[in-house]
Write a protein that binds this ligand. Sequence first.
Ligand code: SF4
Ligand code: SF4
Ligand code: F3S
Length: 373
Amino acid sequence: MNNSQLKRKMEYPYEEAKPRRQIAYVFDTNKCIACQTCTVACKTTWTAGRGEETIFFNNVETKPYGGYPLRWDVNLLRELKNQRWSADGSYEGSTIFEQTAPGERVRGWRPAERDYAYPNIGEDEVVGMLEKGAFFNGMHGSWMFYLARICNHCSYPACLAACPRKAIYKREEDGIVLIDQSRCRGYKECVKACPYKKTFYNMVTRVSEKCIGCYPLIEKGEQPRCVTTCIGKIRMQGFMEDAKEPRKDNPIDMIVRIRKVALPLYPQYGTQPNVYYVPPIHVPSDFLMQMFGPSVKEAVATYRNIYDDRELLAAFLLFGNTTKIIHSYRAEDHFAVGYNELGDEIVRIPYTEPVHVRAYYDEKIGTYRHNTP
Ligand code: SF4
Ligand code: SF4
Ligand code: F3S
């Protein structure tokens, strides 16, 4: 298989399912405030039943110390050999499909029950010590950031490759990865194999569950719940067409494949995930490189200069401003405009919000307006 994120061929122990188009998300980590509205919106929509108490299709953790389930990333990173990238951006190390034990299809590990007991561990913990009396002076000496996580609806899903029952499939129409609950027999190989730990075993129903990409909404042309409820407007969901032909008027293509300002999470695992992150601009780049791959510095530099790039800015302005899926967009002189699949306008956002100054005395209702202390 060709893994475009690793810029090389890769072993994958299953036939490739190439969807007509691929669901994709962009999350801007710089705007996330960890309010957990997405987590609650998803939980109340999909996982409020019996046995689903510790199932979070969406969670938000504080990096570097947070992680749900516990140490989900560290445990695997420790095992993967030689995670080096060459100068041309291709991956030299092993993926989870290439570094397997005899008889194993995917390198993985299965969390213990206790690892699901602390969904908010490490929240707001920063790297480094703060001196007594320290205050923020414009520079971040210490750092942390919030990482919102859902299933990546990977192009090469490890969960799918590992299931002995072939209970997991990737939809042809949009690339959403689903577990067929009637086929699943609870072998938990998917839980072990998913490097992002985004399939969950339900101990009451004795079958596994995962993020369904809110497919009932997608089928109606609406973006998922975790996207439309996001208070920080950090998310956009759309589609990516054939990797060879990025479309300039597709906001996801513009952000991910043309300007390359959003990057996959742990691409070295090899699953070619389809949630793309704008890296946090205040975090040391060696940490970010391990997390988002070798082009982190360029992505951060592009993001910092976004005000000079009208087309990119327009794509970002469309985040969180419509519940509908934006299939194409245009950067007009004063507005970013989004369109649905039929080409109808569905959202129009000004580059600069108008400022309305209200009169001190309102004659219409005969009252004064003033700021109260
Ligand atoms: Fe499967 Fe995990 Fe990829 Fe989701 S993130 S498609 S559960 S391997
Ligand atoms: Fe939950 Fe839907 Fe978001 Fe998946 S896409 S995390 S099911 S709200
Ligand atoms: Fe397969 Fe996972 Fe079920 S491995 S059988 S989908 S628990």
